[in-house]
Design a protein around this ligand. Sequence first.
Ligand code: HEC
Ligand code: HEC
Length: 262
Amino acid sequence: MRIRVLLGAWFVCIGLSLLLFLLKTVGEESSGSKADHSDEQLAANFSPEAAAVFHKRCGACHTYGKGVKVGPDLKGVTERRKRNWLRKFVYASSAMIKSGDPTATALFAEFKQQRMPDWTDLSDKQIDGILDYISIGGPDIKPIDEYDAVTATPTDIETGRRLFNGETRLKYGAPACATCHAVRDDMRGGSLGPDLTGVYFRYQDKALTAFLRQRCSEWKTGAFTSEYLTPKESFAVKAFLRNIALQNRASVPSAEAGGSRR
Ligand code: HEC
Ligand code: HEC
């Protein structure tokens, strides 16, 4: 009996230290190499919308792990404070200071040069999104679509092919790429948009990632559409386009063939 309890405790310990280790390794850049699995999972939970709101609304006064700016460093704030307190504070810190909340008034006294604005135009969901983003170490995580397509597995490429052709539906209901685009060897592609066979090399990884953050028809306006592709879909489609471009290069006898793998 006692042995079983001990064994159980031992497993919990191992589990916890593993978890801590995984959390610690997140954020260490692994560009170029195959991203480790946990890293990918965290990156998949990454919300581009929360990231955008955080950088736009909070970044001017708060750092994440780089110390006090105008307000306190927000790294670890979701451990320092209760979720409920954070929700209320972010929504309307002025009301909390007025009500005499001890933590809020202490912060206010400490950072007296500037006061945190209220964010009453943010919904509960948006505020929770920002808090989740902070608690998973968001600002340190590279979103999955930013991984170089060179790290993609054959499964990723196949996923990308299916999304491109519409065999798998895009999560937010956008029309499949093949509605408007053809790639080599695929007669089914549409012709409203340009042929994408070589586009991966023309854009290169980073620029293509940025391009895929908006719908094709909106990219010129620079509008940020949070509901177009998930970071995972974007990564898969990018991997597919890279693969097509590589295949095409290999079949065209030219000085460039097989060229610049990054
Ligand atoms: C204009 C500067 C400014 C902006 C922009 C700003 N804050 Fe703050 N923030 C502060 C200041 C200053 C404090 C300290 C309390 C005070 O004086 O009001 C603070 C405190 C906080 C705290 C409490 C920190 C702790 O240690 O308990 C949280 C959480 C917080 N801000 C989150 C946010 C979030 C989320 C955003 C974006 C939606 C944001 N802040 C935008 C200035 C800002
Ligand atoms: C409704 C039609 C439509 C759909 C669906 C569509 N695109 Fe496009 N796409 C276009 C058009 C039109 C252009 C040309 C835009 C321009 O140059 O202003 C374009 C341009 C592009 C370009 C730039 C091509 C170049 O040569 O510069 C890429 C890359 C691209 N699309 C990728 C995709 C991917 C990946 C998908 C699927 C996730 C997709 N598109 C879905 C219509 C579409």
